[in-house]
Ligand binder design. Structure first.
Ligand SMILES: Nc1ncnc2c1ncn2[C@@H]1O[C@H](COP(=O)(O)OP(=O)(O)OP(=O)(O)O)[C@@H](O)[C@H]1O
Ligand SMILES: [Mg+2]
Length: 383
């Protein structure tokens, strides 16, 4: 009987690498598809900037800071504004939602131990939702699968090595994670990427904890990510960490770093059970590594909900009943539009107007608006 071994794995990896190379050579790599910046119509710009069409139009002729929208080359008619231009206008008119002096950068994670519950999709979409509203966002990819990194158009193990991840900081070779920050195609979103070697952080931190000489040193290994984020948070309003689907040192670090936690949970028995285990773990971890820790919020977010399936809707009722106020009111419904957009390296927020489904965008905006409000509430509590 044929039994595959290392040689066959080598052959498969070789074929995969070849395919990626061909995609890149033919300009089909995700990054190349990601350079077109979405434009916003004048009506959208009015709502986003909070100023009338007439005011925006006057700014075109402003001598100091003219903001000239994109126009049709022949007719000269206004086509729309880029997000960069809208942010410039928000700056000019003082309507940016960014945190004020004294309000701290907020660190969030969509976390759960269950695979495939939409942690990465929620992280990337929420980042885009926030950036469209004018926040400065940093996405920190903490998963060796690097889904978030890929969503921004990078082929992780081609674009990056461990030197581009937080590994040099964790190894003590760097004092800040500034070196690891990459701009993305999406204005307002920066990324600290991940790639396969990030796996080793899990073992490295575990090893460090088991060999720590003092309790203080041991506890410090659970705070590595929090410390890393502190070194750059001055430049951001919100930091989102994408979590791997497993309990381990990285997940505990994410929990220690988080001000707010959102637990994506599809309405099914298995996912509910997994979320229950997750909360038990959170309690145990917080008790043992950071008993004083306070979160701004911990919320269950129903994800991948199929509204036409009675059983799921019944289960949603059970979740609402059990979790009460610890659950978001909004529902992240299941839609094939999300994987479809991903297959052409896009998100629904990227799609041009004609291809965008407004009902789905409204659903997304409602879910993320509810989380945004929780963050804003935490800022108000500081003010
Ligand atoms: N609302 C949705 N409707 C339909 N498909 C979705 C939705 N949200 C996510 N998906 C799909 O579900 C799959 C898993 O999503 P995602 O990668 O975000 O999950 P994850 O929890 O991060 O997984 P992992 O545990 O592997 O990190 C992806 O194929 C994604 O396109
Ligand atoms: Mg993921």
């Amino acid at each position: 009987m044929f039994s595959p071994g290392i040689e066959q794995l080598d052959e498969i990896i070789g074929k995969c690498e070849e395919t990626l190379e061909i995609l890149r050579e033919h300009g089909m790599s995700p990054q190349m598809q990601k350079h077109i910046e979405r434009e916003f119509s004048v009506a959208e710009a009015e709502a986003m900037v909070g100023r009338s069409r007439a005011t925006l139009s006057r700014q075109e002729k402003d001598a100091d800071r003219p903001v000239i929208p994109m126009k049709h080359p022949k007719s000269g008619r206004v086509r729309g504004y880029t997000l960069t231009q809208i942010n410039e206008l928000r700056d000019i008119f003082g309507t940016s939602p960014r945190r004020k002096n004294g309000q701290p950068c907020k660190v969030l994670s969509m976390q759960s131990f269950k695979g495939g519950v939409a942690k990465s999709v929620s992280t990337v979409y929420f980042a885009q939702y926030l950036a469209i509203r004018g926040y400065r966002v940093l996405v920190v990819d903490c998963d060796p699968q690097a889904s978030a990194t890929s969503s921004f158009g990078f082929i992780p193990d081609h674009a990056f090595t461990e030197e581009d991840t937080m590994i040099p900081y964790i190894d003590g070779k760097k004092d800040s994670i500034e070196y690891a920050i990459k701009n993305t195609y999406f204005p307002g979103i920066d990324l600290v990427p991940s790639c396969l070697p990030w796996y080793e952080v899990e073992f490295g931190l575990f090893n460090a904890v088991t060999h720590a000489d003092t309790e203080e040193e041991r506890l410090s290994y659970y705070q590595e990510l929090r410390q890393a984020i502190r070194t750059v948070e001055v430049n951001y309003d919100i930091v989102l960490m994408d979590s791997p689907p497993a309990l381990g040192m990285i997940s505990i670090n994410i929990l220690s770093a988080a001000d707010g936690v959102v637990v994506p949970t599809p309405p099914s028995m298995y996912d509910f059970a997994s979320t229950t285990q997750y909360f038990k773990m959170v309690k145990r971890v917080v008790q043992s590594v950071a008993p004083e820790k306070r979160f701004d919020f911990i919320k269950v977010m129903p994800t991948k909900v199929e509204r036409n399936k009675a059983r799921q809707m019944d289960f949603l009722d059970i979740m609402r009943d059990r979790f009460g106020l610890s659950m978001l009111r909004s529902i992240f419904t299941s839609t094939s539009a999300i994987p479809n957009a991903a297959s052409v390296y896009k998100t629904l927020y990227d799609l041009p107007k004609g291809e965008r489904d407004n009902a789905i965008i409204d659903m997304l905006d409602e879910v993320f608006g509810e989380i945004e409000a929780l963050i804003r509430k935490a800022w108000e509590d500081v003010a």
